[in-house]
Structures are given as C-alpha cells and as structure tokens.
Design a protein around this ligand. Structure first.
Ligand code: PMP
Length: 426
C-alpha cells in the first residue's frame, strides 16, 4: 500500500499541530512510530485515506461509531440540525426528548445533564459526588482511563493504601494526593484502601466493564462487593460508562450486570459521532448541581441541537430489533476465526470479547487486570498492527484498545479480516 499523501500531510501537520495529532492516541508512538494514516472520508464499515486506500474499520473512532460511518438516519439528523441552526444558547425540545430516551434506557438516571465530552462528564460526576458527600478523595482502578481532567490523571502510589502521584506533568501533587488507585478485579487491595481512607472518600470511580486496557469484565460478584463496601463507608459509586453504555446492549453495562451506581458518566455512542458527554444519577444527588444546588457546571455547547439530534438518531438505530444480536454474532465469528488462525500458526494470543467488542492480547495468559495487560507483548502487537494496516484493516494503534464491530460490518468483512489476521500471524 502506498501512503505518500498521508506522510506528506503528517509532515505538514507536525509543523502546525502539536505532535501532528489532535489526540495523542492517534499518533503511532505506541506501535513504533511512523506517520499515522490520514483519512479523508468514511462510509459504513470503511475508511478511505488520502492516498485512495480503503480500510475495514475496527477503530470506530475509539467507540462512538457503532452504527458505521455516515449512517443515513444519523446523517439526515445532522443535516436537519445544520439547516435549522446548530446552536441557540436556549433550551430546546431535542434535549428533553433525548434525556427521556436515555433515562428510559438506563433507569438509575433520575436526572441528567448533557456536556460535550466524556472527560467533562466524569470530571463533573466527581465534583457532584464531592458536593454531595462533603468529602474530597476519590478511589479509582489502575488502567481505567477517565479522560484528561487533573483528578483522573493520577497514577497509583506504591501500594493499595498509598496516595496517588501525578500521571501527567501539570497535575499538582496536592491534587494527586486526593486520589487512591487500586488494581481492578481484586477485592483485597480495595478493602485495604477503603479501610484506610474510606471515611474521606467522596466516590469510587470505575468502568463497570473495562474498555481501556482491552475489554475486561468484572469477576463474578466483584462489582457487587465494591458497591457494598463503598456504601458502607458513606461514599458514592460512579460508573464511567463512556465506552460501555449502548455498547453491549440498549442501555448501560449496569443494566447488563445488574449493579447500579449512584452516578453515571456517558459519552461516545450517545452522540452518534458528534461531540457529547452526559452525566446523571439519583435526584437528590443531581440536585446539588447549579442552578438547583451549589455545585457549578455549565457549557456554551452543552446540549447543542446537532449533538442531540445526532444522538437521538443513533439510539433510534440501536433500537431496531436484532442489532445487538448481530454485533454479538459477528463478534463471535471474528473471535473464532482469529483463534483458529492463531492455532494454525502458533500465535501466542488471548482474546477478551464481549458481544461486538474484543481485544487481542499477545500473551497466552488470561487478562483480568491492568498489570496483566501491561505485561502483554507490545512489540508483537506493533508488528501485527502494521501488517493489518497494510492489508487494509484499521485498528487502534495501541495494544490496550478494543476492536469495535459496527452494524455496518458484513460477514464478508469479517471473513476478509480473518484472512488478514491469518496472513499477519503467518
Ligand atoms: N471515560 C472513558 C471510559 C473513556 O474511554 C474515555 C475516552 N476514551 C473518556 C472517559 C474520555 O472521553 P472523551 O475523550 O470524550 O473526553
């Protein structure tokens, strides 16, 4: 494949955009460097780059594009928004309709508020939890990504009962000290940390099903126990469902797991590809938010008509019968095919899959926490990534990300992908 124009544009981008990308995960730093492919257009399951190459896309823009690119129903909604004005700075009927749809799908949300990104959504749930509990600290789990606000860019201390350290330059130590990070899927260190800090903790924040060190499900009974201990200590439970909501079923991972949090952060899929975030939870907690309460949160673009109409259209597509069954079926087909190819060529892989989302880890070991995901072979992944790219398969350039199947993928796409995987393994 020829990437001449991509490379030229990336070179130019480096002169004007920091690192040549508008989000660091788009660079190929984690896969040994090189120019990221510059895409020009997309339709259905396919991306097309500036050199005219076509790709079957499993990046799905890091999750939002669950109905495939430029889905006609969503495109029509965005066109309508463009024609009727994209921003008024006033309430609209669209935001009420959309709030009702989301509440119906995720019953733990008595009240919600729309924002513009997952980062904002999570950041605000933390503020609201602090306002509600009058406490400052939060506890989170190693390897779960929650956006780029100060409080969640904090790495684990040296042990489960140690306070955190800044995970990014520019995050003050004083803020890192408010955050405790423990391993996911292991109740003992969590208990230990809660015994030590529980009475100071405003909220325990987690992805209910992890999407950020690959797809990792909670062990049986784990989240129930986390919730119980959290509430025993008078803290709130926040689920970051930015990746998981509407990913595995029509609703949240919380519906699927039967564990409900006090507050939920949403993003990605609910915007149908346009910028969005949302947060919500029990009424008495959400009533801490301005203008009703003392916790301030606002946004010029929040609830903008374009994102609302696009989000409504996306959920309408996801309401069609059989959508999630189909994603599961294609996911199973892909998983089986990859495992067969791995067997044939003795490729050392493990797959974690839930419905239409999966991760290939280059290891023979099971992966249930970040430490194990970290220990997988990054160099093999990098080689695999480039071999897939060269066969027209677009994956996330990181060993920690998931493959996302969309409603636009066909069985032929899956067959073609499995063949490419087999070639790569060979
Ligand atoms: N939470 C989770 C679980 C995420 O995966 C992400 C983004 N990958 C975020 C929050 C941040 O969302 P955004 O990039 O929209 O700010």
């Amino acid at each position: 494949m020829n990437f001449t124009h991509s490379e030229k544009i990336h070179k130019e981008a480096l002169e004007h955009i920091v690192g040549g990308v508008n989000s660091p995960s788009r660079s190929y730093k984690a896969v040994g460097g090189g120019s990221p492919v510059t895409m020009e257009r997309a339709k259905g399951a396919y991306l097309y780059d500036v050199d005219g190459n076509q790709y079957i896309d499993y990046l799905a823009a890091y999750g939002p594009i669950i109905t495939g690119h430029a889905h006609p129903h969503i495109t029509a909604a965005i066109k309508k928004a463009a024609e009727t004005g994209v921003l008024y700075g006033t309430p609209t009927p669209h935001e009420v309709k959309f709030a009702k749809m989301i509440k119906e799908a995720i019953p733990s949300l008595d009240k919600i508020r729309f924002v513009n990104s997952g980062t904002e959504a999570v950041m605000t749930t933390i503020r609201v939890a602090r306002a509600y509990t009058g406490r400052n600290k939060i506890l989170k789990f190693a390897g779960c990504y929650h956006g780029h606000s100060d409080l969640v860019l904090v790495a684990a201390g040296s042990g489960p009962s140690q306070l955190g350290m800044p995970d990014s330059a520019g995050v003050p130590e004083s803020i890192a000290k408010e955050v405790i990070t423990v391993p996911y899927n292991d109740i003992e260190p969590f208990k230990e940390a809660m015994d030590k800090w529980g009475n100071e903790i405003a909220a325990v924040l987690t992805e209910p099903i992890v999407g950020n060190f690959g797809i990792v499900e909670p062990l049986s009974g784990y989240l129930e126990k986390v919730k119980e201990i959290t509430h025993d200590k008078g803290a709130l439970l926040i689920f970051d469902e930015v990746i998981t909501a509407f990913r595995f079923m029509y609703g949240g991972a919380q519906n699927l797991l039967g564990v409900t949090p006090d507050l939920t952060a949403l993003g990605k899929i609910i915007g149908g590809g346009l910028p969005i975030g949302a947060y919500g939870g029990r009424s008495e907690i959400m009533e801490k938010v301005a203008p009703l309460g003392p916790a301030y949160q606002a946004g010029t673009m929040a609830g903008n008509p374009a994102s609302m109409l696009s989000g409504i259209a996306c959920l309408e597509v996801l309401q069609e019968p059989g959508v999630y069954e189909r994603l599961d079926k294609l996911g199973a087909m892909l998983e089986t095919g990859i495992l067969e190819a791995a067997k044939k060529y003795n490729a050392p892989i493990t797959i974690n899959r839930l419905k239409g989302a999966l991760t290939i880890y280059f290891t023979k070991e099971k992966v249930i926490n970040y430490e194990q995901a970290e220990a997988t072979d990054g160099e093999l992944f990098a080689t695999f990534f480039k071999k897939m790219l060269n066969q027209g398969i677009n994956l996330a350039p990181s060993k920690y990300e998931a493959w996302f199947i969309t409603t636009a993928h066909s069985e032929e796409d899956i067959v073609q992908t499995i063949q490419a995987v087999e070639n790569a393994f060979q």
